[in-house]
Write a protein that binds this ligand. Structure first.
Ligand SMILES: Cc1cc2nc3c(=O)[nH]c(=O)nc-3n(C[C@H](O)[C@H](O)[C@H](O)COP(=O)(O)OP(=O)(O)OC[C@H]3O[C@@H](n4cnc5c(N)ncnc54)[C@H](O)[C@@H]3O)c2cc1C
Length: 423
């Protein structure tokens, strides 16, 4: 049996960054990771604040060594390639003014490897294997996990805190410690993706989004000198009804979704197998309690369209380390029924903001484009960068809320009109 202060399930960006942040605070951790890195993972485009979080983790030197591209912003192309809008990556300077910034687009196999390596370098112990069980006292307090290691043995790891960073596997929810995994609003979709060579790229390597109609879109994310990640996202029924092989469907949709994408992929070569993710939109509402907390995808994922997944994983890894430090050092809240409730509420504040923004985009894309591109441009630059934890909503966010309320009323009063609008 091992003993540590924090046992972390999952060595992806959320888990590895948590270990780095804990080590900075002098807190020991053991990471359990079931896959051997480097391994493929989807999710390559970072927000501006996510790039800042990477720098704060002390990864700048390692980032310089891996293939990647510089992202200056995102362009969203409307239906038929028309009505595009652009949001630059910008940060706030010491006077609160928006100034130029940039972030990265990465191959996740490389990026995830350097984050995990840094965690180990900083003192985290890495166990290769799969967490299978939770240790829980009679009063419900979590005090460790059991893991099946790659060498076939079983290890018990006792810890003051269990931090779940298991991503879409949502380990603590699945074993019944955190609450149930509820379906998210964008659940009935499929994302099909691969890496390609030979795509026509713009002068700058930015993230491009191509809108076709509600819940039907594609991404184009250059990730190194030659390679572009391209994904198509469609309703699951639409894919099923096509009766096509996944690869054929992917290539056909890539050429059909939007002319602004078609012209960029006249003749592409696949350099990765075509993969798919379904059921990626979910919400675990109670993801903290006595002896445990979750980070990143382990508790919620909304929709990939505006690239917030890595941002949440890295931001929450930092917030979780603060909450754990306060807890272990006997800080306020230690004896509460749920010592990590404040952490949970803060994480939800950011995720709820993005949920509202995405709801507005999908229900009313034209209003959204007008707000983002013109009326509340600065507020949307902040949102897209990941500055989303303000208690006081910006004017842009207030406008989003008004549209959402109007659309919700319409859905109730005139559902037939709404189904016409969305198609
Ligand atoms: C289609 C799609 C496109 C996306 N595009 C973007 C994008 O462009 N930009 C962006 O920022 N985000 C994107 N995301 C989201 C992004 O991929 C995730 O939000 C991000 O990887 C979350 O990091 P994480 O550390 O929480 O989880 P993960 O990166 O999934 O890491 C979890 C780790 O836990 C391990 N694990 C799981 N269960 C166990 C267990 N029982 N024991 C041991 N180990 C375990 C897994 O092997 C994995 O390595 C996208 C998501 C999807 C579905």
């Amino acid at each position: 049996m091992k003993k540590t202060e924090v046992v972390i399930i999952g060595g992806g960006p959320g888990g590895a960054a948590s270990a780095i942040n804990l080590a900075k605070r002098g807190i020991q951790s053991v990471i359990i990771e079931k896959e051997t890195f480097p391994r493929f993972h989807i999710g390559e485009s970072m927000t501006g604040e996510c790039g800042e979080a990477v720098r704060q983790l002390g990864l700048s030197a390692e980032m310089a060594k891996i293939p990647k591209t510089i992202k200056h912003g995102v362009t969203v192309y409307g239906q038929g390639g028309k009505g595009s809008f652009w949001l630059p990556v910008m940060k706030r300077d010491e006077n609160g003014e928006l100034v130029k910034n940039s972030t990265w687009q990465v191959k996740r196999s490389d990026f995830d490897r350097i984050v995990l390596d840094k965690a180990v370098q900083d003192g985290a112990e890495l166990l290769r294997g799969k967490a299978t069980k939770v240790l829980q006292r009679e009063d419900g307090t979590v005090y460790g996990v059991e893991a099946k290691l790659d060498d076939g043995t079983t290890e018990t790891i006792e810890a003051d805190i269990v931090l779940d960073a298991s991503g879409i596997a949502t380990f603590l929810s699945t074993v019944g410690v955190a609450s149930n995994k509820e379906r998210g609003k964008y659940d009935r979709q499929i994302a099909i993706y691969a890496h390609v060579k030979g795509a026509k790229r713009d002068e700058q390597d930015n993230t491009l989004i191509f809108y076709e109609k509600k819940n039907h879109w594609a991404w184009f994310i250059p990730i190194d000198e030659d390679t572009v990640s391209i994904g198509v996202v469609t309703p699951s029924d639409y894919y099923r009804d096509s009766n096509e092989e996944m690869r054929d469907f992917y290539l056909r949709e890539m050429h059909k979704i939007n002319p602004a994408l078609t012209e960029r992929v006249p003749d592409v070569e696949l350099v990765e197998e075509v993969r798919a993710t379904t059921n990626y939109s979910y919400h675990v509402r109670n993801f903290t309690g006595k002896g445990f907390l979750c980070v990143g995808d382990a508790h919620r994922f909304i929709d990939p369209i505006f690239s917030f997944g890595l941002h949440f994983a890295l931001k929450e890894a930092c917030l979780a380390a603060d909450a754990i430090e306060a807890h272990l050092r006997g800080g306020a809240g230690r004896d509460l029924e749920n010592p990590f409730k404040a952490y949970e509420d803060y994480c939800e504040l950011g995720m709820d903001t993005i949920q509202e923004v995405l709801d507005c985009f999908w229900s009313s894309p034209i209003s959204f484009a007008f707000f983002a591109h013109s009326r509340y441009n600065e507020d949307f630059i902040d949102i897209f960068a990941g500055r989303i934890y303000q208690e006081e909503p910006s004017r842009g966010l207030q406008a989003v809320r008004k549209v959402n309320a109007k659309m919700a009323r319409l859905a109730e009063e005139q559902p037939e009109l709404l189904s016409h609008v969305s198609s």
